[in-house]
Design a binder for this molecule. Structure first.
Ligand code: HEM
Length: 512
């Protein structure tokens, strides 16, 4: 591809990008000493860099793909320059282990995208903090109150109710083409908002067409969109960060303010109840909000943590379910096997959560989907707090670090016939996604590993099993299901480029 086409395709000629680049060059001219990158000894190898911009133009809109291509040429641990920012990318089992295990202590800080640079709230962050005491306390609170076996058990009735509402909605909309992502997202959002606030915060779109988005749903989509933007001049040139040239920090703040104003009412009502002399945590149905209030959280602490849980929890889980459905529609024989498995093990009308563990073939399909379509293909960006060594290369302090789990899932030295969707590879293989087996890391590993794994997996298994148990699924307009595309859109969670529109009808054994 020639450079003008590349610039046009990647929207790099947009007025905003043009303006910000011009301002940046003027800035540089004043400070000529940073025109040349300082050369650092013994960095991992990488592609040649252009002056000023480094490898920016080579990375494009699908960084997981371009970085995987670089790894094929330069090896499993590569270094790039995105503007002024030094970036190291791991793309093999050994390199991932070096980063997430051997040097985990030095490489577990975070690089914060512009959208989340909300200065007053950042000290209360779980996702974007260093591994400090606040971060430890927040992880412990979430683990015990949201993600422990006991908490999941106590959430079972609620989850069953939310899935019942999803199925009822689908029954009412049979015969229509449905945007399955929207209904799954709504279900997950309401499950989480009931756990946290004790009430629903989203509604299913009318007629299942996915075009109506209400308050919180729309706001979360916006935050996720701003947070996942690849082109962010401030993160490429840290000295420009404070100018917020793309307006992402300001735009996100606006959305946050709107959402927090609604939450404030709920929080204040509850604060009065929890603060009353008659309050006893033993005898009342507790929400996560109650727990935070009992722990003396301020409104700002609550806003930040809850927003992070919504952003991290709903989007990734939805994306997993959509990719599994995509592959099952493409592979009819795999779908049939899951149906047989469900019929064999589940005798009741609605699947009880307690019986999900028997659906081992469904679990193999989920693992195979994580391998080919990891929802967070580069994990969240890590940052080096100290200079250290990985695979005998130097990783200097303040380097931004990605682990390309998408590339690892397609590595022919780890997987036979890696591009083929073949869940059977996991039926005998004792390989899990819990952070011990470095071949498969959809949730990461080490101290920054996803704390929401038990909750996310429970939702994925339960929603998928229920959708498959109740309905037969297909593509509209008589299209060939095996030709359904798998084009990806990079973001905080990697989605399908085109929405997954499906038709569905009640299973015939359910009619009889
Ligand atoms: C299938 C679903 C999910 C997937 C694939 C997933 C994946 C991930 C990944 C890859 C990371 C970053 C790991 C790293 O940077 O090394 C992460 C972090 C995180 N996830 Fe999840 N996640 C899922 C569900 C959830 C849920 C349901 C929640 C909460 C409701 C959640 C909350 C978080 C939080 C708070 C972090 C930040 C942890 C930290 O920085 O210490 N995730 N997740």
């Amino acid at each position: 591809m020639d450079i003008p086409t590349f610039l046009r395709d990647n929207n790099l000629l947009s007025p905003l990008f043009f303006l910000s680049t011009t301002i940046f060059i003027l800035f540089l001219v004043k400070r000529t000493k940073i025109l040349v990158f300082k050369s650092i000894e013994n960095l991992p190898p990488g592609p040649p860099q252009f002056p000023l911009i480094g490898n920016l133009l080579q990375v494009g809109d699908k960084p997981h793909v371009s970085m995987a291509n670089f790894a094929k040429k330069y090896g499993p641990l590569i270094s790039l320059r995105l503007g002024k920012q030094l970036v190291v990318v791991a793309s093999s089992l050994e390199a991932a282990m070096g980063i997430l295990k051997t040097q985990d202590r030095f490489l577990s800080s975070r690089s914060i995208p512009a959208a989340f640079q909300q200065k007053p709230l950042l000290p209360h962050s779980l996702i974007w903090s260093d591994c400090n005491q606040t971060w430890k306390n927040l992880r412990t609170l979430c683990r015990t109150e949201l993600f422990s076996a006991k908490s999941l058990e106590s959430q079972s009735i609620l989850r069953e109710e939310k899935v019942r509402q999803l199925l009822d909605f689908l029954y009412r909309n049979q015969g229509q083409v449905i945007d399955i992502e929207d209904v799954v997202f709504t279900t997950l959002l309401n499950t989480l908002s009931c756990i946290i606030f004790g009430k629903d915060m989203a509604q299913f779109a009318d007629h299942g067409c996915g075009s109506t988005r209400d308050g919180l749903k729309e706001s979360l989509h916006q935050v996720i969109e701003y947070g996942g933007r690849v082109k962010d001049v401030g993160s490429f040139y840290p000295m420009l960060e404070r100018f917020d040239l793309h307006g992402l920090t300001r735009a996100t703040k606006k959305v946050f303010d709107k959402v927090f104003a609604c939450w404030e009412v709920v929080i204040e009502e509850r604060r009065v109840v929890v603060g009353s002399t008659t309050w006893s945590s033993d005898h009342q149905a507790l929400t996560f909000l109650d727990r935070m209030l009992e722990n003396g959280f301020s409104n700002e602490q609550i806003y930040q943590l809850v927003m992070e849980l919504f952003v991290a929890g709903t989007n990734t889980t939805t994306s997993t379910i959509i990719w599994v459905m995509t592959e099952l529609i493409r592979h009819k024989e795999v779908m049939s096997k899951i149906e047989q498995e469900i019929q064999k093990h589940i005798i009741s009308d609605q699947i009880p959560i307690s019986q999900l563990s028997q659906l081992t073939y469904l679990q193999a399909c989920i693992k195979e989907t994580f391998r080919l379509h990891p929802p967070v293909p580069l994990l969240l960006p890590h940052l080096a707090v100290e200079t250290c060594n990985v695979m005998n290369y130097t990783i200097p302090k303040n380097t931004k670090i990605f682990v390309n789990v998408w590339a690892m899932g397609r590595d022919p030295t780890l997987w036979d016939d890696p591009c083929r969707y073949n869940p059977e590879r996991f039926t005998d293989l004792k390989l899990d996604y819990k952070g011990q087996d470095f071949e498969l890391l959809p949730f990461g590993s080490g101290r920054r590993m996803c704390p929401g794994l038990p909750s996310g997996i429970k939702s994925v298994e339960y929603i998928l099993a229920s959708l498959i148990h109740e309905f037969d699924w297909g593509v509209p307009n008589g299209d060939d299901p095996s030709k359904l595309d798998v084009n990806e859109k990079f973001g905080i969670a990697m989605k399908r480029e085109n929405p997954l529109k499906l038709i569905f009808k009640q299973k015939c054994y359910k009619d009889c």
